[in-house]
Design a protein around this ligand. Structure first.
Ligand SMILES: Cc1cc2nc3c(=O)[nH]c(=O)nc-3n(C[C@H](O)[C@H](O)[C@H](O)COP(=O)(O)OP(=O)(O)OC[C@H]3O[C@@H](n4cnc5c(N)ncnc54)[C@H](O)[C@@H]3O)c2cc1C
Length: 402
């Protein structure tokens, strides 16, 4: 049996561990007391095949079968439930809207343009006059993030692996063909280590002497607001013919609403509205907190696009979406560090792509061919563009490996 170490117990590390546990013994090391404390536990929980660049969309689509039909016993209920996304075109953004519409027509379930009446039926608080056109992305879904994450972690344990919390990896070195991790919870060793440390992935690489990928953690804010009690759809409102849209009553079945320039979004969440100003502020890795100004910007954008008047914000939080320059995940073995496998830079897509990225990371770790090519995700792609000249990379390696 082979052994694998995984650094990071967010949804990415948990997914990689789940698939790796099919071929060996997994030890997942998480620095917090609770896995999912960082990005994974702070997301907006949306699955959208209309979102991200083509590489991201392919990973999202590849994740759909697992999410719609997980293995028996993986979760108690469905992992995906219908939501839909309504994208509005504010005055002046016509060109961007036309591009997004054309692009969305090629999605597995195509987008469709809808008129003002239908917008009003789907989400009666949208302010008429604020937007000129609208499109519906009908197949976007809510993800039960906790159920997905816990399902992966349970699977690791069920296959004989361990999930060790309060185990921050403080040093990582390769000796005698093994990666040795010194953590707050003791020392662990295995020939393969998967770096799934989220915003800290470049820091973990530095511990191991592996060149960084140029990760940029970007803070995103979200908050909850109350809805007026009388708001919602009348009980017998006719819905458009689309079985993918939520079939409930009232605000709970509104789609997520956003604008074509991605300056805000809101969606129903446990009887309230989850709102985000879609900010992306560069930050060092850490336990980030929301900035009052970002919350105020979110409130202002929400009030501009809807008829709501917000008097108070219930609860605000922020998390880090960590990306590299091409906004494409980085998965694969580091060229100059045998057995060191990257699973990072999942940006705003790490939950919706988790099954596919975990499977790919497991294939990279076991050097098993997959039925899909994933060279374009390799940590070596564009390395020189991100980190300067060949000289600087060579100098870095010489410095690190001497
Ligand atoms: C506001 C917001 C909204 C989002 N909305 C969506 C969405 O709708 N859909 C979607 O798919 N994605 C969304 N995302 C993105 C998604 O949350 C991330 O892509 C995903 O959670 C990344 O998972 P991860 O496992 O890589 O990172 P994390 O969840 O951050 O996990 C990394 C883990 O590594 C641990 N770690 C770090 N260093 C060490 C160390 N030295 N030793 C041990 N452990 C360590 C950390 O404690 C952490 O638990 C959103 C993100 C935010 C912030």
């Amino acid at each position: 049996m082979r052994n694998f170490l995984i650094v990071g117990g967010g949804v990415a590390g948990a997914s990689a561990g789940y698939f790796l546990a099919e071929s060996g013994t997994v030890t997942l090391l998480e620095m917090e007391r609770v896995p999912g404390y960082h990005a994974t536990g702070r997301s907006a929980a949306l699955f959208s095949e209309y979102f991200g660049n083509p590489a991201v969309r392919a990973l999202t689509t590849a994740s759909r079968p697992f999410l719609t039909t997980p293995p028996p016993g993986f979760a108690d209920g469905p992992l995906l439930t219908p939501r839909g996304v309504l994208t509005l075109c504010p005055v002046g953004a016509a060109e961007q809207f036309a591009e997004m519409l054309a692009d969305g027509l090629a999605a597995p379930t195509p987008v469709r343009e809808i008129g003002h009446d239908e917008v009003h039926r789907l989400c009666p608080i949208v302010r008429s006059g604020w937007y000129s056109r609208a499109m519906l992305k009908p197949a976007a879904m809510d993800i039960d993030v906790d159920a997905l994450h816990q399902g992966f972690l349970r699977g690791i344990r069920a296959r004989g692996g361990q999930v060790i919390t309060s185990a921050r990896v403080r040093s990582l070195s390769r000796r005698g063909g093994l990666w040795r991790a010194a953590t707050d919870a003791g020392e662990f060793a295995a020939p393969i280590v998967v770096n799934a440390a989220g915003a800290w992935a470049d820091e973990v690489a530095a511990l191991a002497g592996v060149p960084p990928i140029g990760l940029r953690p970007l803070r995103r804010t979200a908050f909850l607001v109350d809805l007026p009690e009388d708001i919602g759809l009348p009980e017998n409102t006719e819905l458009p013919e689309n079985t993918d849209l939520p079939q409930g009553v009232g605000a709970a079945r509104w789609p997520m609403v956003t604008d074509v320039a991605d300056t805000f979004y809101f969606k129903p969440e446990s009887g309230r509205l989850l709102v985000s100003p879609a900010d992306a502020t560069p930050m060092p890795p850490g336990d980030v907190r929301p900035d009052d100004l970002d919350v105020a910007i979110g409130v202002e954008r929400l009030q501009r696009a809807t008829t709501l008047e917000i008097r108070s914000v219930r609860h605000a939080w922020a998390g880090l979406r960590s990306a590299v320059a091409d906004d494409t995940p980085v998965i694969g073995e580091a060229q100059d560090a045998p057995g060191f496998v990257w699973l990072a830079a999942l940006s705003g897509y790490g939950v919706q792509t988790a099954p596919a990225v975990g499977r790919i990371a497991a294939a990279a770790a076991t050097r098993t061919p997959l039925d899909v090519a994933y060279d374009h995700l390799s940590p070596e792609r564009n390395h020189l563009e991100r980190h300067g000249t060949p000289m600087s990379r060579a100098a870095f390696l010489t410095e690190r490996w001497k």
